[in-house]
Design a protein around this ligand. Structure first.
Ligand code: BEZ
Ligand code: FE
Length: 286
């Protein structure tokens, strides 16, 4: 006999007792316990409970193949970052949220190529390397990057004005584990606010902005893949990311360079910005 036997909670928990898969049973029991505890704490009126169901229904209806409002909800509640942190490896570069804009495969590009197909923003060179946890370079690692333009829009948000693949590139590190590419400095931008999650932010007087960043996924055989960002130091909202994804180790100086020799080496005009981002991969499999 458990101490729940005289409650609905006890009956519901008992109803899952025959679940053959132990993990499924654990999940069903934990969800039941936590939802019951939430309702006990909040003691919602019937109208409030209906409002909660209507909110989640709308979150579902706002999701489709290209828009995932449930992920956005998880993002703004800090849950995506919590899952990311639980699954991160302390031996590798810190991870952050994937976000909804990695919806298209990045075009394969050669080292030194530009991912900027518009030519209107502040020129920027990104250099870096992919290494093991003890600093040994990993040649042939894949580095997938995507970013918004200088106005804060991803290519998929502006199909009429941005060519597909703008701000995206899939690079392979050289024999010394290095990568480098040309781009423009990305802008801070708001997460989508035209759905129920946007209304939730508004109701709580929260702003919807993310600080400027470049997304990275780095992977190599025998190592754990890392999904992360390089954040632009000094960007607006660096201390109040709407999805709580900023980690100090990922804030990078996008320093202004006015040295013509360096500009010539990277084939960019002066002045330009330079960001250097080294990535560490932990050994293992995903
Ligand atoms: C992004 O950085 O692309 C992003 C992440 C979470 C929510 C919305 C956008
Ligand atoms: Fe982003």
């Amino acid at each position: 006999m458990s101490d729940h036997d005289d409650t609905v909670l006890g009956e519901v928990l008992a109803s899952f007792a025959q679940t053959p898969d132990p993990r499924t049973r654990q999940v069903l029991e934990a969800v039941t316990r936590h939802v019951h505890a939430l309702v006990e704490e909040l003691r919602p009126t019937m109208a409030e409970w209906e409002q909660a169901i209507a909110f989640l229904t709308e979150v579902g209806h706002t999701s489709d193949a290209t828009r995932q409002e449930f992920v956005l909800l998880s993002d703004v509640l800090g849950v995506s970052m919590l899952v990311e942190t639980i699954n991160g490896d302390p031996h590798g570069t810190e991870g952050t949220v994937l976000g909804p804009f990695h919806m298209t495969e990045s075009p394969q590009r050669a080292l030194g190529d530009s991912v900027d197909l518009l030519g209107t923003g502040t020129p920027c060179v990104v250099t870096g390397s992919v290494n093991t946890e003890d600093g040994t370079p990993i040649p042939g690692a894949s580095v997938d990057i995507w970013q918004c333009d200088e106005n804060g829009f991803y290519d998929v948000q502006q199909p009429d004005t941005q060519p597909p693949g703008n701000g995206r590139g899939l690079f392979t590190t050289d024999e010394a584990g290095r990568f480098w590419f040309r781009t423009v400095v990305p802008s801070h931008y708001p997460i989508p606010t035209d759905g129920p999650v946007g209304r939730m932010l508004e109701a709580s007087l929260r702003h919807p902005y993310r600080p400027a960043h470049i997304h990275f996924i780095a992977e190599a055989p025998g190592f754990r893949e890392v999904t992360t960002h390089a954040f632009v130091a000094g960007s607006p909202y660096i201390d109040s990311d709407a999805v709580f994804a900023v980690k100090q180790s990922l804030v990078i100086d996008f320093a202004e360079v006015d040295d013509p020799e360096q500009a010539e080496r990277f084939d960019v005009p002066v002045p330009f910005r330079h960001a250097h981002f080294d990535i560490r991969l932990a050994r293992g499999e995903d």
